[in-house]
Design a protein around this ligand. Structure first.
Ligand SMILES: Cc1cc2nc3c(=O)[nH]c(=O)nc-3n(C[C@H](O)[C@H](O)[C@H](O)COP(=O)(O)OP(=O)(O)OC[C@H]3O[C@@H](n4cnc5c(N)ncnc54)[C@H](O)[C@@H]3O)c2cc1C
Length: 353
């Protein structure tokens, strides 16, 4: 594979994971991004939860196995990095509005084969002594983790560079460069960057880039709100999902939260969400002290109408691919493997010819 080149466009979690896998297979990989640094666009405002406990295996029977598969793949990936890719000790604690609903979460998770267990009020208080009104029952998964995607992306890109790959930043791809049904590479204004294979992993940008070849591509973006705040609370390791908040500790008294998107574009709506979250944190914990909103962003999650993750050739081409769909962080290793397999098969068939 050493002589075959691949241009991967987009240095978010999808593109970084694909570039990492391909370079390890021996391809000559160049990772491009429009931004001045790697780390992605929506990947920067992601909650980064790699887990199953927040998803209902009965309501989402197609998605659920993909989540557990993603967790296994990250576990294996972390082992490739000797456990330094992310902290695997997080776990997640979830409860619903009533103990009956929480018990249903535990039952369904266990029926689906996970190691979810019941956590009593007393045990919950030991884990999170600052909770104001701990419920009688919570669901606990030791396997769930959550981390900041750009940090993982940087580590993947470090390996890419160490293994001879290139990273080209501040470079916005305008179109594929094509002749008949062959993709020659990518265009950046008037310049062409040639390659044997091309992979678009541009998150919400994928739709417009493939539109000339697939007018009915069915890709869209789905907004979600990411918040960071500081509070006078002890840091905690598990991800916490209650009926009111989805929260994790960033360390040093800082916390990340994910919330529904604003219903309108009015900036006042985002302010309202920020104020509501600050109040929810004050209500969830005793002595949260000064709770200060540090940032609030609406991220556009790349999505498609299909459950199957997007990792396929662009219509009409056998050497150009499009990749990435929600939940993109947890699905990134699977997407990368699918892309890598297709490119490797083509590379091998070329070698045979
Ligand atoms: C609040 C929130 C919470 C979330 N929580 C989770 C979660 O818990 N678990 C989970 O799995 N997912 C979660 N997601 C979704 C997840 O963040 C995304 O699915 C994932 O980050 C998508 O990564 P990506 O690499 O495909 O896209 P991006 O991170 O957007 O990366 C695309 C890259 O392409 C570059 N680019 C775009 N156009 C061009 C161009 N023309 N030329 C060159 N470069 C270009 C951009 O600069 C960017 O760096 C969440 C999202 C949000 C907003």
């Amino acid at each position: 594979m050493q002589n075959l080149s691949v241009n991967v466009i987009g240095a978010g979690i999808t593109g970084a994971m694909i570039a990492y896998k391909l370079v390890r297979q021996g391809f000559k990989v160049t990772l491009f991004d429009a931004n001045h640094c790697v780390g992605g666009d929506v990947s920067r405002t992601s909650f980064g939860w790699i887990g199953h406990i927040a998803n209902d295996p009965i309501k989402h029977p197609d998605l659920f196995p993909l989540l557990t598969d993603g967790m296994q793949r990250y576990k294996a990936l972390n082992a490739e990095f000797d456990g330094t890719l992310f902290d695997a000790e997080g776990g997640a604690i979830v409860w619903r509005a009533t103990p009956e609903e929480t018990q249903a979460v535990i039952d369904r998770q266990r029926q689906a084969g996970t190691r979810t267990r019941a956590m009593s009020k007393q045990e919950l208080q030991q884990h999170l002594p600052a909770l104001a009104n701990p419920p009688e029952l919570a669901a606990h998964s030791e396997e769930d983790v959550s981390w900041y995607p750009p940090k993982v992306i940087e580590k993947l890109v470090d390996v890419l560079i160490r293994l001879g790959g290139d990273v080209v930043l501040n470079s916005s791809m305008s179109a594929l460069d094509v002749t008949d049904h062959h993709c020659n590479g990518i265009r950046m204004n008037d310049e062409v960057f040639a390659s044997d294979f091309t992979v678009l992993a541009t998150g919400g940008g994928n739709g417009s880039l493939i539109a000339p070849y697939e007018p009915k591509h069915g890709l869209y973006t789905s907004p979600s709100t990411y918040i960071e705040l500081s509070a006078e609370l002890p840091d905690f390791t598990p991800v916490l999902q209650t009926p009111d908040i989805e929260m994790r500790s960033l360390g040093l008294g800082n916390f990340a939260l994910a919330e529904n998107p604003p219903e309108t574009d009015d900036p006042a709506e985002l302010e309202r969400i920020g104020a509501q979250i600050v109040q929810a944190v004050k209500d969830t914990f005793t002595n949260a002290g000064q709770v200060e909103l540090l940032s609030i962003h609406v991220g556009q999650r790349p999505a498609s109408h299909l459950i199957e993750p997007l990792a396929r050739p662009i219509n009409g081409f056998s050497n150009a691919f499009v990749a990435g769909s929600h939940p993109g962080v947890i699905l990134a290793p699977l997407i990368a493997e699918k892309i890598c397999t297709q490119i490797t098969e083509q590379a091998l068939s070329r070698a045979v010819v």
